[in-house]
Structures are given as C-alpha cells and as structure tokens.
Design a protein around this ligand. Structure first.
Ligand SMILES: CC(C)(COP(=O)(O)OP(=O)(O)OC[C@H]1O[C@@H](n2cnc3c(N)ncnc32)[C@H](O)[C@@H]1OP(=O)(O)O)[C@@H](O)C(=O)NCCC(=O)NCCS
Length: 190
C-alpha cells in the first residue's frame, strides 16, 4: 500500500492524494487561471475520489498510471492546509517520470511550488529515478520560470502536439528535463 506516501520538511508536505482531498483539488483544478494550461480538469469531486481509490497501490514514478499528490503547508497551530497538487506518471516506470503541478492562486508567488518540487525530486532521485520531464505550453510563463528555476534543461519544442478538447485547439509544448546528477548539482533555494 502506498497511500501513505508522505514527505515533510517541517513546513511543507507532499503526500498521496486521499479521497477527503477531493473537493479542494477539484475546486482548484477548475479555477480558470489554473485550468488553462494543464490537462487534468476533473468535472466532479467524485472523479477525484475515484482516482484516490485507484492509486492506493501506486507510488510516484513507479507505474504508467497517474499518481496524484497534494502539497500542504503547516500553520503555526500544527495544522496542514492544502495549497496545490502534483500529478505524476511514469512512461518508463522506476526510471523516468513526468510531472505536472498546480498551486492555488492564493498561494502562488512565495516559492512553494519550487520547494515542493525540490522535496519530491530529491527523494525520487535518491531512491533511484533517472530522469524527470515536464511538458509546458510556451504561453505558460510562470510554469516555464518554475522549471528554469529548478534548472531543468529545455530539450525542445514539440509543435502542435497536444489537442486541447476544452479550448478546441492544437497546442505546442516545451519539453523540460533533468537527470539525477544534474539535479543533485543544482543550487538550493529560493
Ligand atoms: C506553475 C505554478 C505552480 C508556479 O507557481 P509559482 O507560485 O509561480 O511558483 P513558486 O511557488 O515556486 O513561486 C515562485 C515565485 O514566487 C516569487 N517569490 C516570492 N517570495 C518568494 C520566496 N520567499 N521564496 C521563493 N520565491 C518567492 C519568486 O520570485 C517567483 O516569482 P516569479 O516567477 O515571478 O519570478 C503556478 O503558476 C500554477 O499553478 N499555474 C497554473 C497551473 C499550471 O499551468 N501548471 C503547469 C502545468 S506543468
């Protein structure tokens, strides 16, 4: 069982999405500024609950099927607050993983996405992952800045490679990637 997957740096936690997170995740993923450039837009909380149940035997980077995580921050009182989520899927299980991330707009601009990615990627590379990729719409400037901040390499531009059903258009994708030794050599912070 991997539904207890959890990383915690004392202030920030990245853990397996649970059924009780469904309403928060579904609301955030459907905010217009969030939904615009990412593919998973669950129409109901029940869809999120179903994925939470499906993924109990999964772990990030270990299978082709999606594994969804939530990002939480810790209050002074010791309670945790969901601020965003991360989606992962491994096209080469155990070796290569793709990542996507969203942060609630109320929590953006504070370095939380950068910290959440560092926490997860450091753990996954230490436990044997070889390469992490991210695919970003070239118009998605904050996301491009995020992966540049994490020192991912820009490997290329795939032209009109993704059909966005909701926006009725073919879209380009910038492919970003990092390898375990490259990531280990990146400077910490912000
Ligand atoms: C992609 C996304 C998660 C990035 O969120 P973000 O808040 O910009 O990223 P971080 O939390 O790491 O914050 C970094 C920003 O906070 C600023 N910042 C302010 N205080 C900071 C602090 N104490 N520490 C670090 N950064 C800080 C940084 O300068 C940076 O701003 P900049 O990009 O204007 O230079 C967010 O834009 C999002 O959810 N987008 C919609 C969903 C989406 O398209 N996802 C991509 C699919 S792959």
């Amino acid at each position: 069982m991997t539904d207890t997957f959890r990383l915690d740096d004392g202030n920030l936690c990245v853990r397996a999405m649970q059924a009780e997170d469904a309403a928060t995740v579904q609301r955030c993923r459907n905010l217009p500024s969030i939904a615009r450039y990412q593919g998973w837009r669950p129409t109901t909380a029940a869809e999120v609950v179903a994925l939470a149940h499906e993924q109990v035997d999964r772990a990030p980077g270990m299978q082709r099927e999606p594994f969804q995580l939530v990002i939480e921050t810790c209050h002074e009182q010791g309670n945790y607050n969901i601020v965003g989520d991360m989606g992962s899927g491994a096209f080469d299980p155990g070796r290569q993983m793709e990542i996507g991330i969203v942060l609630d707009p109320a929590w953006q601009g504070r370095g939380l996405a950068t910290r959440a990615c560092r926490l997860l990627f450091t753990h996954l590379f230490r436990t044997g992952l070889h390469r992490i990729t991210a695919r970003v719409d070239p118009r998605n400037a904050p996301s491009i800045r995020l992966f540049e901040r994490l020192n991912f390499r820009r490997e290329g531009l795939e032209r009109l490679c993704y059909w966005d059903n909701d926006y009725n258009e073919w879209t380009d994708e910038v492919v970003f990637a990092t390898l375990a030794p490259e990531f280990a050599n990146t400077a910490p912070g912000p």
